[in-house]
Design a protein around this ligand. Structure first.
Ligand code: GLY
Ligand code: MN
Ligand code: MN
Length: 422
């Protein structure tokens, strides 16, 4: 076992210490069948707890831990099908058939079932939930191996963005831009995209998770791209917006508000910063920008208290990123998602700590279904200049998203090399 994995297991041992009698199982999971696809399965992605503790992406593998004795790696036995169809010649770990006897020799002990539950074995629900949170927390700070993989994923992503930007011109389709971006990522070492690439031009730039279409890009439109490639499971998550040809004053104003908010929020990414507070303070800053633009009316504080900002910024400020695009985000034990319109979509509620990598991704959008909703027009009749809003529906939206490493001094913007200019 290499040193990185050794150190992670030691970190996990400390995190799981609270229950010294419990056995721990960490399942990688099984391939997921494509509905109606006969023997087709989705590309396999091991549960991140398992992958982090083993460095492997092996379906069916189970890592077992007995605090008195240490770790045991179990893996499915190699079959003829594996050898003949997949060319697999060996598997790391002892045969999975040894797991049941291993458990039987320790019968009566509580079992914490982490990762993907192992079929046929009953875990203790409460204990599993508690230790799952502890392991999740132990995974949050990134080690050097993880930072190196993130930087490689980011380098490949940066190449993809550079290609997309050079290629985007009036007449090309969103889909063609996606193809260029992804191909360039793969040419630079990307193994997969970390999530569905978003490419939206003009009004499509206001659709938060827009899948690129055959629509051609037009002169003067906002071009919005959110993409990140993945290497050994580590994903970048980057958003940029730019204008094809000449930008308008409104496009420049929106871009300036978002960029200012993003740059400011990045400076606040230091150990101890509570993410929910930073989200709200960033919302306040963009709300003041929208007041200055004549879109919102009133005081920024009052508007954010009423969640008026969420009409234009209807998502969270960001999430942890690393082993998978959402990595070990979430809510600290005892905290739960709010049902406030302006907070319900926060993907995490925790203080930042050294070693975390978080996205910072404020955005402002003119989202037609939100802004034409009669209930919103009624609730916010005095907060929004609706005549002005009507002028801008169709302009799209802008999100600027970087991946930030928290350190004990200044935050490091890992994605800084990807130009943010309009
Ligand atoms: N790519 C989705 C997100 O930014 O969270
Ligand atoms: Mn993101
Ligand atoms: Mn993104």
């Amino acid at each position: 076992m290499n040193q990185t994995i050794q150190r992670r297991r030691e970190r996990a041992e400390l995190a799981l210490q609270s229950s010294s009698d419990a056995l721990v199982l960490v399942g990688a999971g099984e391939p997921i069948a494509v509905p109606g696809g006969l023997d087709r399965v989705y590309p396999f992605s091991a549960h991140p707890h398992h992958r982090w503790l083993t460095g492997r992406n092996d379906a069916g593998a189970v890592l077992a831990y007995d605090p008195g004795e240490g770790w045991r790696d179990f893996a499915p036995e190699l079959t003829d099908d594996d050898r003949i169809w997949e060319g697999i010649t060996s598997r790391a770990g002892e045969p999975i058939s040894g797991l049941k006897p291993w458990l039987a020799a320790r019968s009566g002990r509580p079992i914490a079932m982490l990762g993907v539950p192992v079929e046929g074995i009953a875990g203790d629900t409460e204990l599993s939930a508690e230790l799952d949170q502890q392991l999740l927390h132990a995974r949050r700070p990134k080690d050097q191996t993880e930072i190196t993989l993130m930087n490689r994923a980011i380098e490949a992503t940066a190449a993809g963005f550079a290609r997309a930007r050079a290629f985007a011109e009036p007449g090309v389709t969103e889909r063609a831009i996606q193809i260029e971006l992804e191909a360039e990522c793969f040419r630079h070492g990307g193994e997969a995209m970390g999530y569905g690439t978003i490419v939206g031009a003009g009004p499509n730039a206001a659709i938060l998770h827009f899948a690129p279409s055959e629509r051609t890009v037009k002169h003067g439109e906002i071009m919005f791209i959110d993409a990140g490639c993945e290497i050994k499971g580590y994903a970048a998550d980057v958003s940029r917006a730019f204008v094809i040809g000449e930008s308008s004053a409104m496009q420049r104003d929106l871009h300036a508000i978002v960029l200012d908010a993003e740059r400011w929020a990045i400076t606040q990414c230091t150990p101890g910063t509570e993410w929910k507070d930073l989200h709200l303070r960033t919302a306040l800053r963009m709300t003041q920008g929208l007041i200055d633009l004549g879109i919102l009316t009133g005081s920024a504080e009052g508007l954010v208290e009423r969640d008026a900002h969420a009409l234009f910024f209807p998502h969270g400020l960001g999430h942890l990123v690393g082993l998978g695009v959402r990595d070990a985000s979430g809510y600290l034990p005892g905290r739960s998602p709010s049902n406030r319109f302006g907070l319900a979509f926060l993907r995490m509620d925790l203080p930042l700590e050294q070693g975390y990598i978080t996205t910072v991704e404020p955005g402002l959008y003119f989202i037609e279904p939100l802004l034409r909703d009669p209930a919103n027009r009624e609730n916010y009749h005095d907060a929004v200049n609706w005549t002005e809003v009507d002028r801008w529906i169709g302009i799209g939206g802008i999100r600027i998203e970087d991946n930030i490493l928290i350190t004990d001094s200044e935050p490091i913007n890992l994605t800084e090399s990807i130009p943010v200019g309009l």
